[in-house]
Design a protein around this ligand. Structure first.
Ligand SMILES: Cc1ncc(COP(=O)(O)O)c(C=O)c1O
Length: 388
């Protein structure tokens, strides 16, 4: 089955046995606990919804299917998913080798909680060059952690090459695949061991649920993560599980439209004089365009661009937009825009932001699936209403 078909059917096969209703859409099982006839074995297969819930189970099957994984787990947020993986694999004194360009919240988790509170070392490197990983792995390295494309600069890591290097030392590789979505990239197929998503973004796709996911092929990793998720209690609610399942059904059509609109907007931005630089893996000008073509099936809906403007002009431009909302987050059907240096990435120290390339005039766009001509007109009007 291809991804569009799996996204609709897996986990939601109608139950046509006597006494069932044949729902084509999985119902929401809100019950927190389940009655049983047998003391030692729950009659209906479930005992308590933190440990297992029919709606969440259906979602987890679908999540695994769309990432070509054997197992999926649904969490209360993307950060809950990341935290679980890290807490499960690392103890004080261990270290993570990580891409230095990561979502700001991941940096906060790594720098403040893992390093600050739990004495886990984080060895940041520029993962655009796979060989940078080599010298950093030692016998206390328990995880290589990547995002590709990264947030906000759309840098890529060669997932196959880095996985091959990490596996020489038996270190597992986790990839945050939120930006690409499973529709355009499947890190497990490229050789990684763990895929992480903020389902808040493209997977749910409608900006009305916070959630996270972990997908793996290894039974051992799954059993460990499942046990610890129950022990810690960071699972997704039945209602949100229903919403995310509903969102996944349209993942294919949404992603195709996000990518088509993003390509047109990226090309338009490249042609404007107010724009110094556009970052989009689908543009031939992207320094890793060849790698993008190799490891992704499409280039996604996220663009960043650097304006040739001062702080006041950047603010004016953002406030002049009518269709794009000034907001954090991404991956919903509606277009959003934000200023990473003062919004999503304000927690990254200013010197580090500068060295990574997150300047004060870098703008990040989550291109929605509205009519692209309306979106381009909105940007053009906002530029011309400014002082450009
Ligand atoms: C790439 C990436 N990973 C993880 C997260 C964290 O996800 P959540 O906000 O669902 O905790 C985000 C949030 O913006 C993100 O952009």
């Amino acid at each position: 089955m291809r991804i569009e078909t799996k996204a609709i059917h897996v986990g939601e096969e109608p139950d046509l046995r006597a006494g069932s209703y044949g729902d084509v859409s999985r119902p929401i099982h809100l019950s927190s606990t389940f009655a049983t006839l047998d003391i030692d074995k729950p009659t209906g297969g479930y005992d308590y919804s933190r440990s297992g819930n029919p709606t969440r189970d259906a979602l987890e099957k679908k999540l695994a299917a769309i990432e070509n994984a054997k197992f999926g787990l649904a969490f209360s947020s993307g950060l809950a998913a990341e935290s679980l993986v890290c807490l499960s694999l690392l103890k004080p004194g261990d270290n993570i080798v990580a891409f230095n360009d990561l979502y700001g919240g991941t940096r906060r988790l790594f720098d403040k909680i893992l390093t600050g509170d739990l004495s886990v070392g984080i060895r940041y490197m520029d993962a655009r060059k796979p060989e940078n990983v080599i010298g950093l792995i030692d016998n206390r390295t328990k995880l290589v952690y990547l995002e590709s494309p990264t947030n906000p600069l759309l840098k890529l890591a060669d997932i196959a090459a880095i996985s091959e290097i990490a596996h020489r030392s038996n270190v597992p590789v986790a990839v945050d695949n939120t930006f690409a979505s499973p529709y355009f990239q499947n890190p497990l197929d490229l050789g990684s061991d763990i895929v992480i998503h903020s389902t808040t973004k493209y997977i749910n796709g409608h900006s009305d649920s916070i959630g996270g996911a972990v997908m793996v092929n290894s039974q051992e990793l799954y059993d460990r993560f499942k046990f610890e998720q129950n022990a810690i209690g960071s699972m997704l609610s039945p209602f949100d599980s229903y919403l995310v399942m509903r969102g996944i059904r349209t993942l294919g059509v949404r992603m195709r439209q996000h990518a088509e609109n993003a390509m047109k907007i990226a090309e338009y931005l490249e042609s404007r004089k107010w724009v110094k630089k556009v970052f989009y893996p689908g543009l031939p000008s992207h320094p890793q365009h060849d790698l993008a073509k190799r490891q992704m099936r499409g280039f996604g809906g996220m663009i960043s661009f650097e304006m040739d403007a001062d702080r006041i002009q950047v603010e004016k431009f953002l406030k002049n937009l009518r269709i794009f909302s000034l907001a954090e987050s991404l991956g919903g059907v509606e277009s959003l825009i934000e200023l990473p240096s003062r919004m999503t990435h304000k927690g990254v120290p200013p010197e580090e932001r500068q060295s990574l390339g997150i300047s004060d005039s870098l703008i990040r766009v989550s291109v929605g699936i509205e009519n692209v001509d309306d979106l381009i007109e909105d940007i053009e009007n906002a530029f011309s209403r400014g002082t450009f």
